[in-house]
Design a protein around this ligand. Structure first.
Ligand code: AMP
Length: 115
């Protein structure tokens, strides 16, 4: 067994973080190092999928639940428009191998692909 991910440890209360929203299978926190005025992470409660490709292949219903919560939070925390980013692989900047979506919103007009 590998070590629990930082997100599992947050979910279990071992690392302090405010869970700002949750559904049956997904939860959300604020990113600790925000890259946009609104920068949230939406995360499946299960750690069994390392990235969005694995999640989509194995449990598309869970991926849909994740996208739905991202949409709800973008409306709640911003104007409803948002970027949904899944870094996939270390070369793309993924550092936590427990699939999660970055919800980025606010002040994103410049640079359509971010960065
Ligand atoms: P990624 O680089 O796509 O794997 O995203 C991991 C994200 O998790 C980064 O944006 C980090 O800032 C964020 N992160 C790491 N530890 C924490 C934490 N304890 N609370 C909130 N966000 C975190």
């Amino acid at each position: 067994m590998s070590e629990p991910s930082v997100f599992t440890r947050i979910l279990q209360g071992e690392i302090p973080a405010e869970i700002i929203a949750e559904t049956e299978n997904v939860f959300a926190i604020r990113d600790i190092a925000p890259q946009a005025p609104v920068h949230l992470l939406v995360i499946p409660k299960t750690a069994q999928y390392r990235n969005v490709v694995e999640l989509a292949a194995s449990d598309p219903v869970l991926l849909t639940e994740l996208v739905g919560l991202a949409n709800t939070l973008a409306a709640e925390y911003s104007d409803g428009d948002f970027r949904l980013v899944f870094n996939t692989g270390p070369g793309a900047g993924q550092t936590v191998f427990h699939v999660h979506a970055h919800v980025l919103s606010g002040g994103l007009e410049e640079g359509r692909l971010g960065g």
